[in-house]
Design a protein around this ligand. Structure first.
Ligand code: LLP
Length: 401
């Protein structure tokens, strides 16, 4: 897609997040269609990009939502996601969150420990309800991704091991306030190999069969999220191959397949646009200092993640530069050794693949206000989040002065 970055910068200012809604729709549909002929729910992982307009657009296509806080559940409901396609996960749900989730009649709560199961049962009893639940199983699989985003090994805090899951399912089946209808796992994020997913599916499908054998009627088989995307030259998983592997593993189970993609849908539909403030050269390094910073897009600083960076409408002999922001940390960079032409103040740089875990992980560090967000839709652009002002940023402190 040819995006008019310069006019968007003139119209909305920088730094700026830009999302191509036509692309995110195409990404969603590519996955939905891969599951054709199979009962499926694509529960978009809100954490990747929780802008209400993004969720609304996906909801209008029939997407469900994978939420990890009651705030995300509220966002999903507000944006029009069907409540029976919303699930609530997370290792540390609080009482008020469990209560609201039960009252909101979402599809199910995904349990991550025995203690949490007892808490959900207790709260459901108080509300005189039966809580629909699933259990997050940790299949002890190495997802072969960055250690911070690998979640399927026993060293990770997520889910419960197979034997514990079995005990929990039996307990839940016998409780008048718990209704176990789902099974869940998620082995990690930015997965580029199908094999670990296939292995995990086989393990969890076996468990599902053994639960069925004792009359525990699992209806939803949730494989989590994690489908990787191309940030540079990664070879990614083909959605059809992904869907087929899951169909294969769950053969004969007659379950609704659920998956929870975040990054796959939004990462490459998003751009972060930033403006050059200065260039500076020291004896060994060229620095391009821009108006965006690690508080806006933390992935390079936090994970050493690569994001492609390009100059907008500037040409000239390229040389390597470190693209850095104004924040007072050496870790405040977007890229190192990036080949860029000579740049002048006000030139623009576009940072690619910024639609997932970009804005949602942004902060006010260094009292920097959060960027605006803009959507591109059928050739038009519109704001979907206004730029935060200083007044808004200090609003919750000011009255205590
Ligand atoms: N489902 C569960 C249970 C998850 O924990 C996650 C992500 C997802 C779905 C969505 O994963 P995705 O399809 O987007 O890979 N901030 C990191 C990623 C953290 C992912 C956490 N969990 C990053 O910027 O790479």
């Amino acid at each position: 897609m040819n995006i008019a970055f310069k006019s968007l910068a003139n119209k909305y200012g920088t730094p700026l997040y830009i999302y191509d809604f036509d692309s995110l729709q195409a990404r969603y549909l590519s996955l939905k269609e891969a599951f054709e002929g199979q009962k499926s729910i694509i529960a978009y992982a809100i954490k990747a990009n929780s802008n209400l307009s993004v969720i609304k657009r996906l909801a209008s296509l029939g997407a469900g939502a994978d939420c990890v806080s009651i705030g995300e559940v509220r966002r999903a409901l507000k944006a029009g996601v069907d409540r029976y396609k919303i699930i609530f996960s997370g290792v540390g749900k609080q009482d008020h969150e469990i209560q609201e989730a039960l009252e909101s009649e979402i599809l199910f709560i995904n349990l991550e420990s025995e203690a949490e199961m007892k808490r959900v049962e207790f709260i459901a009893k108080q509300l005189d309800k039966e809580a629909r639940i699933s259990i997050r199983v940790n299949p002890n699989i190495d997802a072969k991704t960055h250690p911070y985003i690998a979640t399927g090994l026993h060293e990770s805090k997520f889910g419960v091991e197979i034997d514990m899951a079995k005990r929990m399912y039996i307990y839940a089946k016998n409780s008048p306030h718990l209704n176990p209808i789902g099974i869940h796992f998620h082995i990690g994020s930015q997965l580029t190999q199908l094999e670990p997913i296939r292995e995990a599916c086989a393990i969890v499908a076996d468990l599902t069969r053994s639960l069925r054998a004792i009359d525990i009627d699992i209806k939803f088989f949730d494989i989590g999220g994690g489908l990787g995307v191309q940030y540079s030259d990664e070879i990614t998983i083909d959605p059809k191959a992904y869907a087929n592997a899951i169909k294969e593993a769950t053969k004969g189970l007659d379950v609704t397949i659920m998956c929870e993609p975040g990054r796959y849908i939004v990462a490459n539909s998003g751009y972060f646009l930033t403006k050059v403030l200065y260039e500076k050269q020291n004896p060994t390094h060229r620095f391009v200092i821009v108006d965006g910073a690690m508080n806006d897009l933390i992935r390079p600083s936090l994970y050493g993640a690569y994001h492609k960076i390009e100059a907008v409408e500037v040409v000239g002999e390229e040389s390597p530069a470190n693209v850095v922001g104004p924040v007072c940390e050496s870790g405040d960079f977007f890229g190192k050794g990036v080949y860029l032409p000579p740049l002048a103040p006000n030139d623009l740089l576009v940072i690619h693949s910024a639609g997932a875990y970009g804005f949602t992980m942004s902060s006010n560090y260094n009292t920097r206000n959060k960027s605006a967000e803009v959507a591109l839709e059928e050739g038009k652009d519109r704001v979907i989040r206004a730029r935060e002002s200083f007044e808004e940023l200090i609003r919750l402190e000011e009255e205590y002065l």
